[in-house]
Design a protein around this ligand. Sequence first.
Ligand code: NAD
Length: 142
Amino acid sequence: MNRLAEILAEKGDVVLRLDADASVLDAAQRMVQYNVGSLLVTDDGRDVGIFTERDYLRRVTLEHRSEETPLRDVVSSPLIVAAPDTTVEECMALMTDRRVRHVPVADDGKIVGLVSIGDLVKFRSKQQSFELRYLTEYITAH
Ligand SMILES: NC(=O)c1ccc[n+]([C@@H]2O[C@H](COP(=O)([O-])OP(=O)(O)OC[C@H]3O[C@@H](n4cnc5c(N)ncnc54)[C@H](O)[C@@H]3O)[C@@H](O)[C@H]2O)c1
């Protein structure tokens, strides 16, 4: 199968979010608390973009913005999304082309999960271990 739906079935559909009026310091604290590198940014309950560790480095630290800066001033928007039936390979290509490491998964306009580059690498590496074990057993059995 190899589709993002498979990764979400294992990882879960929780997506961490923060309101656009929250500060970048709130965002950093939440990312550390939940051990994630991104947060979806919402405005009036709608998903309007994403804020990542990389955005903090580039748009806050290097541009000398205050830690009270609201997320709405530094959010990456619009979102680059994939679908549940997008394959892992297609999503890896999307991440490479668009230079992003976090991709929300949308179904019928609704965000149903989020995958990171680490999720895709973990999935591929698990799959390759299975293939290797299968081939080794096949060779030693014949
Ligand atoms: N052991 C695991 O299951 C696992 C899975 C993914 C990543 N990692 C490790 O974490 C480190 C960094 O990973 P990364 O660069 O992929 O990014 P990351 O630190 O942002 O991702 C870590 C995990 O948090 C999840 N995540 C990130 N933002 C989220 C959000 N807003 N809502 C819900 N979930 C969110 C990701 O999907 C991923 O499962 C690496 O060292 C990687 O190996 C471990």
